[in-house]
Design a protein around this ligand. Structure first.
Ligand code: SF4
Length: 292
């Protein structure tokens, strides 16, 4: 029996949503190595998505949090990358085959951080301090670097008044935040370099999601609570649509938000770069089931 709505809404999934190619490639590399019979471990979680984590675990792919925990076999480095010393530790192990699946965009950020530091710039990185990508990039940024949070302006005071500042961002933050932060840094130095390290994949997803959010009565953003780009997607969608919810999966939609569907003639669905398409389709099917 339908308890949520008497109207069956039109449901549309954003044109470009689901895994980005960086995450997809890392997962494919791990699965391929396992299919070849290798003993596969990943250094850090490849993806925050609970369903994919369970699938990898069912295939016998293990996860190590630190290089010291890796004992032989094949090690896959995740798309977000790992800190430099962790990478060097595993590369130094004779009994470990390293498959580096660090995304090319993240490698560019790491290289930019190292170059800015080598050129004497104080590297100022905007992003989330506890995100794996930032932990990796900052390890290349020299001793003087600072990390500030895009959502907490008070942390921007960590930026010193100094001669040379180099600005970088986490790949998934809003470009407008990078612009705002660069303007802030400009007032604290004489010589500034900004490297635009916002990932184009993130941008296309945001654009498509915003276009869809403008056009529907309600928008569902699907993805892990600790996925930065999923949270950013929700922020962008809320700028153009006042009915936006963020759920981890179809079950959460059914338990916590079934009533929210009532009376909406159109629903949009999008997901972050760590949300597989199958999760988006599961949410779509659940919307249909709840409004049948
Ligand atoms: S979001 Fe962009 S930078 Fe991050 S893993 Fe995906 S493709 Fe690479």
């Amino acid at each position: 029996m339908n308890t949520a709505s008497t109207v069956r809404p039109e449901v549309r999934i954003a044109e470009r949503a689901g895994f980005c190619y960086g995450v997809r490639l890392a997962i494919d590399k791990a699965k391929h190595a396992r299919d070849e019979g290798k003993d596969v471990t990943t250094l850090g979680q490849l993806v925050h998505n609970p369903g994919i984590k369970a699938d990898l675990s069912d295939r016998g792919i293990r996860t190590a949090d630190l290089a010291d925990q890796v004992e032989g076999g094949t090690l896959v480095i995740r798309a977000h990358g790992v800190p430099r010393d962790e990478f060097e530790k595993v590369r130094g192990k004779d009994d470990v085959e390293v498959i580096d699946a660090t995304c090319t965009w993240v490698i560019q950020s790491q290289k930019a951080a190292a170059q800015l530091a080598a050129d004497g710039y104080t590297v100022c990185i905007i992003g989330h301090e506890d995100h794996p990508e930032i932990k990796g990039v900052r390890s290349y940024a020299g001793e003087k670097h600072v990390v500030v949070d895009d959502l907490d302006r008070s942390t921007w005071e960590r930026v010193p008044h100094t001669k040379k500042i180099g600005v970088l961002s986490q790949s998934t933050i809003l470009p407008s935040k990078l612009e705002e932060f660069a303007a802030f840094c400009l007032r604290r130095c004489h010589d500034m370099r900004v490297v635009n390290t916002v990932c184009p994949v993130t941008l296309t997803r945001q654009d498509d999601s915003v276009v869809l959010a403008r056009d529907v009565d309600g928008m569902i953003v699907v993805g892990g609570r600790n996925s930065s780009n999923t949270k950013e997607l929700a922020v962008k969608c809320r700028e153009v649509c006042d009915q936006v919810i963020h759920v981890e999966d179809a079950d959460e939609l059914a338990t916590d938000h079934a009533g929210w569907l009532a009376g909406k003639a159109s629903i949009g669905i999008t997901g972050g770069t760590s949300t597989p398409e199958v999760d988006l389709e599961a949410v779509r099917d659940r919307v249909y089931a709840l409004t049948a």
